[in-house]
Design a protein around this ligand. Structure first.
Ligand code: TXA
Ligand code: MG
Length: 320
């Protein structure tokens, strides 16, 4: 099992020895290693059981440090960075020769993010390289939002997890990039699109495609529990399964007559809902229910990013 503590010097020691650690961030925990060394990046893919066509995000502590790995930083990227970094936003930039092919699956752009987490930032500041860090879950499974989630799933494969408490945002970063002068959103996430629009004007949201390498993080089935899960209207679905033990996950409504009924936010607070999403899905997956039934939350603000994940979690043909 991995050792868990909050010593950033120990984390640095392990990373400098080309090993991997569990890294806390405000979105989800990452599986982190030296992002500019191919051998280390290769280990990340292996431990996560992740296909090589799915590129990684590099994490750094300043725009200046990032500029050493990219050809240029467009004006709009600078504006976004100033407004939202550190924070739950990932920006795609033209990479230079220092970034190995493996890190970005051979694509011309590399994804960068400055996480808003005190432990992660202090660690990144004492390292000589950016950290590649996908979410620290086996590929296709629910993302981790505390150190125990990482321990349960990857603890046997990594030596160390940096303790960083519960992830405040709870869902992955929003991913943006630029094409022909337009700002494109590739993945809905922890930073609300409305906030981005306020700063850069109109944006284009890419419809999610199933398995193309240039469609970031957007495999159809993802964030998925191992149990069967259905997305729909819970009131209509419950009577259809009289013989099964049911678990429900809703925005705020509680169901007395099912085995396990969980709510994302009793007070209907979208940020609280995002923060609870993955740990509650895990709780249902670990419970004794036969079937998990989930319902969409209102499509407002982060609600769209939450619904995106619910939809992907409920796709039947799972990758794992
Ligand atoms: O919040 C987050 O972003 C978390 C924390 C740990 O920072 N990380 C995360 O990483 O969600 P991951 O690997 O689960 O998702 C990263 C997604 C990938 O699915 C990938 O498709 C997309 O970012 N991506 C990375 N580099 C890209 C590139 N060069 N072009 C297009 N998409 C890219
Ligand atoms: Mg992920």
């Amino acid at each position: 099992m991995a050792e868990i503590n909050n010593d950033i010097n120990q984390a640095k020691y392990i990373l400098d020895a080309d090993q991997l650690i569990g890294l806390p961030t405000e979105t989800v925990y990452g599986l982190a290693g030296n992002g500019i060394k191919s051998e280390v990046v290769s280990k990340i893919f292996e431990v996560k059981n992740r296909p090589h066509f799915d590129p990684l995000i590099l994490h750094s502590y300043s725009l200046e440090a990032i500029s050493a790995y990219v050809k240029e930083i467009p004006e709009t990227a600078k504006v976004l960075a100033k407004a939202f970094w550190p924070g739950p936003l990932t920006i795609l930039l033209e990479r230079n020769e220092k970034v190995p092919d493996l890190t970005c699956s051979g694509l011309d752009r590399v994804a960068f993010r400055i996480p808003n987490h005190p432990k992660a930032l202090s660690l990144l500041q004492i390292l000589d390289y950016p950290l590649a860090a996908p979410s620290a879950n086996p590929f296709g499974y629910i993302s981790p939002t505390n150190s125990q989630h990482v321990q349960q799933q990857l603890g046997a494969k990594i030596p160390f997890i940096l303790e960083g408490e519960l992830s405040e945002v709870g869902i992955e970063s929003t991913i943006v990039g630029f094409e022909n002068g337009a700002t494109i959103i590739y993945r809905l996430g922890g930073l609300d699109i409305a906030a981005i629009k306020k700063v850069v004007g109109e944006v284009k949201i890419l419809p999610h495609s199933s398995s193309k390498p240039d469609a970031p993080g957007m495999l159809k089935s993802h964030y998925a529990p191992r149990k069967n899960i259905i997305l729909g209207k819970i009131d209509e679905l419950i009577p259809q399964y009289p013989k099964l033990k049911l678990g429900t996950l809703t925005f705020s409504k509680f169901y007395e007559d099912v085995e396990v009924s969980l709510t994302l936010s009793r007070s209907r607070d979208m940020h609280e809902a995002a923060k609870n999403l993955f740990s509650l899905l895990r709780k249902l997956d670990e419970s004794n229910v036969d079937l998990i039934i989930v319902e969409k939350v209102p499509a407002e603000g982060l609600g769209n990013a939450i619904n995106d994940r619910l939809q992907r979690a409920a796709v039947k043909e799972k990758i794992v």
